[in-house]
Design a protein around this ligand. Structure first.
Ligand SMILES: [Fe+2]
Length: 128
């Protein structure tokens, strides 16, 4: 089945790729190995409150926070990006260590799907 948005990771080198349209063949790492399809998590014991995106409405759109307890933002463990899927639009905001784990987007509906990436715990979402 063709999906329009998938993320794959190479467990050897840590490379993560976003696939906007999947074909038949496997997604290969730079080293030539099949990459692992990342599943979007919503529940995992002890990790949920720091990873599941929380969305609030703002004057200009929405703010996405990761999570209900702010996620660490140190070099060894941080939220690398926050994304929002709003109909046919897909927004990604990149973050750096030391910055707050949050981002604003010009989206009017706070019920949108958000996907975030933690460099240790991979993909998380607020809805499947
Ligand atoms: Fe994490």
């Amino acid at each position: 089945m063709t999906k329009v948005l998938e993320f794959y990771k190479c467990d050897d080198c840590g490379t993560v790729v976003m696939v906007t349209h999947s074909g038949e063949g496997p997604v290969m790492s730079p080293g030539g190995k099949p990459m692992r399809l990342l599943e979007e998590k919503m529940q995992e014991e002890g990790l949920t409150e720091k990873h599941v995106p929380v969305i609030e409405k703002t004057a200009n759109g929405i703010k996405v926070k990761v999570g209900s307890v702010p996620h660490p933002m140190i070099k060894e463990h941080y939220i690398q990006w926050i994304s929002v899927k709003d109909g046919r639009n897909f927004f990604i905001h990149a973050l750096r260590p030391g910055e707050p784990p949050e981002a604003e987007f010009p989206v009017s509906d706070p019920a949108v799907k958000s996907i975030i990436y933690c460099n240790v715990h991979n993909l998380w979402t607020n809805k499947k």
